[in-house]
Design a protein around this ligand. Sequence first.
Ligand SMILES: O=c1ccn([C@@H]2O[C@H](COP(=O)(O)OP(=O)(O)O[C@H]3O[C@@H]([C@H](O)CO)[C@H](O)[C@H]3O)[C@@H](O)[C@H]2O)c(=O)[nH]1
Length: 340
Amino acid sequence: MINEHGILVHSYGPHIFHTRRQKVVDFLSRFTAWRSYEHRVMALIEGRLAPVPFNLTSLEICLPDKALKLAKLLTDTFGKDTSIPILSLRQHDNIALRELGNFVYSRIFLGYTQKQWGLSPEEISPAVTARVPFRISHDDRYFTDFFQAMPKAGYTSMFESMLSHPEITVMLDTAFTDIAGGHASLPCIHTGAIDEYFDFSLDSLPYRSARFEFQHLRQQRHLPVAVVNEPDSDIPHTRVCEYRLLTGQDAPETTVGIEFPCAHLPGKTQQSYPVRTEASVARYKEYKKMARTRTPQTIFCGRLGSFCYYNMDDAVLAGMGAAKAILRFLPPRNRPPDLG
Ligand SMILES: O=c1ccn([C@@H]2O[C@H](COP(=O)(O)OP(=O)(O)O[C@H]3O[C@@H]([C@H](O)CO)[C@H](O)[C@H]3O)[C@@H](O)[C@H]2O)c(=O)[nH]1
């Protein structure tokens, strides 16, 4: 969205496209040109800014007296240019590595995760914190995928181009319950929340939400990198994003977005992240079972429909799969030949 100062911002927080899947790149490239962009993030640790994921540069910044020795130990133990989840480092047999793991855990993960999820890192799936591993290299990019880019004219323009087709009608501000009386009798792809779709009949699924505060600054540049994380638990926000550094927009002034995670209140906030615990995943599976028997022609998709912590490329791939799957509901004579 272009804000009132003419700056392109992301209303729901920074979205950075990155993937290892060529077929997803090929598909999206039909609708957008790209601006090559490698994301870099820093975190404020004891008053100093250091790269996140924590890497050998972060080590030199945060623990300058021990950095050389620890870098050698890390490289000897795990190998050069490797990475390791923080929870594994904290459990290592070697006491120096365990202590280092505890240092990084307490300075980067504990407060941030508590704010982000309302839970400690141990209470959420280990896959979540493993998204930001300890890097045994000086690579300070947030992602290592071969394709990292932003849609040149923004995501809105990319989706407008995707939806501009004579057979596509877009109806905004229309609840799915307003169409065909709600539960679809025709084949349908539903990307809304599966618990809401079934009127919370098995109780609600837990999600986290976030509030974004935008500040326009009368200066050319505000941050050293596009995103600065704030892991301190006493400060309510988790990160600040300077959008022009993501989008490359040339402008004399800048806008930052500050992210405040919060609980999701059904009907009041937007679900942003599914909170996947053993109990919530079990409940989601019950909803899936219900979907199979009650609405077999509805394909649930996306972060909310699949109750999955998808990255954008995961969501696109699942969408491509759903588009193919829905064609199977067509009578065989109407199916495209490559569907079989
Ligand atoms: O400083 C930190 C960073 C992360 N964590 C913990 O790791 C979890 C996963 O982090 P991340 O993948 O960054 O989470 P998110 O889905 O919000 O990231 C998206 O935002 C942008 C970009 O990274 C912004 O800089 C990108 O498009 C997405 O990947 C996190 O939930 C924490 O539990 C931490 O503790 N401390």
